[in-house]
Design a protein around this ligand. Structure first.
Ligand SMILES: Cc1cc2nc3c(=O)[nH]c(=O)nc-3n(C[C@H](O)[C@H](O)[C@H](O)COP(=O)(O)O)c2cc1C
Length: 356
């Protein structure tokens, strides 16, 4: 099947022309109703922040049976995308070791035939259209959803280089109000961008700051559920501290984001170019430790009776990848990169598991 995102073309081309999907829409299996953060949904299968660039992307994937749709992270100001390449394939037959941050990942010349085995890496720099544009488009996206589907809008603050942390917290708070006004049903704050080397990237490792941001957003969300997107944790104690700090303000967390790695070409040069050495690794290579983190978080929530849902993401490209997350008790399973290689993924999973 043809990829829906053309990785050889710039982000703006994909924004204006994508998704590449020239087939008839197959029938989506009927499934019994479930609950997701108080919303009735056909399934708890969704797409994580990233692939759904705008309302056209949301509309296509909603018709393809993905029921929890995340609008790609937006900002309170315009931000251009980084130059090509933005998305590359890396050698990733074996699992990435999250405890070895110095490890490099090598570029793979071409796309592997079996998309379920793909490990890839992205470096976009979290571009954003101007708020007036994305807010109007979120409204259009919301109208495009079918019954039993939910729209999450992902946001991130844009701190100035030397600006105080309080400004970043305020920006996150403002974004919650903007996303709500635009028509989000759930708001998500990205506290973990693996290819951004400023404070935007690893906020989730600071439990107190994460709690402060959650508080500022909760105030402006006016009752809408709030999710926090977290990256990989090396220690369960870190997960515990963050969950304790955000409980009562956030409704849940989405974990884990891609893991930050140096990606190099066959000569050892940075695959995305100088200044963009680190990028987020996604797909097959991150499944095992994403599952570990999700299991730990679920155990903490249960043991400490925290009012938080855990939403899983990381290396899900078929039913067998999703199964252990659901078995562990995840409230939903989100896919990041695999739906671009196989837009019929949700249809296939629903046929096998209508109960999800
Ligand atoms: C094209 C693309 C762009 C992404 N951009 C974002 C983003 O803007 N915000 C975010 O929180 N995560 C972003 N992600 C990360 C995904 O949400 C997800 O965490 C990651 O792809 C891991 O899931 P996977 O293994 O199923 O691909 C992006 C992923 C992809 C594939």
């Amino acid at each position: 099947m043809q990829n829906t995102y053309d990785i050889g073309k710039p982000f703006d081309w994909n924004y204006d022309n994508g998704p590449v999907y020239n087939k008839e829409f197959p029938p989506v299996p009927q499934t019994p109703q479930k609950d997701f953060l108080g919303h009735p949904v056909n399934s708890r299968l969704g797409i994580a922040a990233g692939l759904l660039l705008n309302s056209r992307w949301i509309k296509t994937y909603s018709r393809l049976g993905f029921d929890i749709l995340t609008y790609k992270t937006v900002r309170s100001q315009y931000r251009p995308c980084q130059e090509l390449p933005n998305w590359v394939f890396v050698k990733g037959e074996k699992q990435i070791d999250p405890l070895q941050p110095g490890e490099t990942q090598e570029l793979l010349g071409q796309q592997p035939d079996d998309y379920r085995k793909i490990t890839s890496s992205v470096s976009f720099g979290m571009p954003s259209k101007d708020p007036a544009e994305w807010m109007a488009d979120v409204e259009t996206a919301r109208k495009a959803l079918g019954r039993g589907q939910v729209l999450i809008v992902s946001v991130v603050a844009s701190p100035g280089e030397n600006s105080p942390v309080s400004e970043m917290v305020e920006d996150f708070g403002r974004l919650a109000a903007m996303a709500r006004e635009a028509g989000a049903q759930v708001i998500e704050a990205n506290l973990s961008c693996p290819n951004v080397c400023t404070a935007e990237g690893d906020i989730f490792l600071d439990a107190e700051l994460s709690g402060e941001i959650a508080g500022a957003m909760h105030k402006n969300a006016n009752g809408l559920p709030l999710l926090l997107k977290l990256g990989h944790f090396a220690k369960d104690q870190q997960i515990r501290e963050v969950l304790q700090s955000v409980q009562g303000k956030a409704s849940g967390v989405v974990m884990v984001n891609g893991v930050s790695r140096r990606v190099v070409d066959e000569r050892g040069n940075p695959a995305f170019g100088r200044g963009r050495e680190m990028s987020g690794i996604l797909g097959r290579g991150i499944h095992a430790f994403s599952l570990d983190n999700v299991r730990s978080a679920l155990a903490i929530v249960e043991r400490e009776r925290l009012p938080l849902e855990i939403i899983a993401v990381g290396g899900i490209a078929e039913s067998d990848d999703a199964a252990p997350y659901f078995r562990a008790g995840a409230a939903a399973v989100m896919m990041g990169s695999a739906p671009m290689f196989d837009p019929h993924l949700a249809i296939g999973i629903k046929r096998q598991h209508p109960e999800w």
